[in-house]
Design a protein around this ligand. Structure first.
Ligand code: DGL
Length: 224
């Protein structure tokens, strides 16, 4: 039997990752868990997020999932290491490492901006991981805590989302960025609006496709 891939997020945002994985691996079955009972993760403590993530992973493994994808940046930042320790025999994929590797392969110098939840920004996981491998890259960050609840409530591609996005991105630290990582699973849904904000070419990167390609490679290598 071809066992399913388990994917979880705090809500609907991770469906962007699930869709990209379904496109990259059309013969796989996916079980998706959106933890809307505890949404948003972005403002919760590390301990709470580790607890939710362990419970969800236990649930998905009881459904015989052969691999787990943490399709949530905040949970990837706070709980990935703990999940790997707790479930050492299961491939666990987070959304941060493949995105960081993708950026490092594309940029040797320059400025890569990050927008994400407060939890992800406070963890400084992106600047730490990027600068560990390439200290020449500048990595300005901004927490954008209204964006995920806004998207979760269906507010995107309208005047309200445009106003909030413009307000967050009018940040002088982002004036001369070369790229911007949408470091939250919900943000691909506002990618067009983010691109439209910049009046010059800025490489707006979302993790969905990068993580899907990584998942495909990892599953092929590990499980054949
Ligand atoms: N899924 C979360 C993330 O990618 C965003 C929404 C939330 O705060 O729960 O960081």
């Amino acid at each position: 039997m071809n066992k399913p891939i388990g994917i979880f997020d705090s809500g609907i945002g991770g469906l962007t990752v699930a869709k990209a994985i379904a496109d990259a691996l059309p013969n796989e079955t996916i079980i998706y868990f959106g933890d809307t009972a505890h949404l948003p993760y972005g403002d919760k403590s590390k301990e709470s997020i580790i607890g939710y993530s362990k419970r969800i992973t236990t649930f998905l493994l009881a459904k015989e999932c052969k691999a787990i994808v943490i399709a949530c940046n905040t949970a990837s930042a706070h709980a990935y290491a703990e999940l790997k320790t707790e479930f050492p025999n299961v491939p666990i994929i987070n959304v941060i490492d493949p995105t960081v590797d993708y950026c490092l392969s594309k940029y040797q110098t320059g400025k890569i901006g990050i927008i994400a939840t407060r939890g992800t920004i406070k963890s400084r996981i992106y600047p730490r991981k990027i600068n560990k491998k390439n200290p020449n890259l500048e990595v300005p960050q901004a927490a954008t805590p209204l964006l995920a609840p806004m998207i979760e409530e269906g507010f995107f591609n309208n005047n309200i989302s445009k106003t909030i996005i413009n307000s967050y991105l009018s940040n002088k630290n982002f004036d001369d960025i070369d790229a911007l990582i949408l470091a939250c699973t919900h943000y691909p849904l506002i990618k067009k609006e983010v691109i439209a904000f910049f009046k010059r070419p800025v490489d707006v990167i979302d993790s969905a496709t990068v993580v899907a390609e990584y998942t495909k490679k990892m599953l092929n290598a590990l499980l054949g």
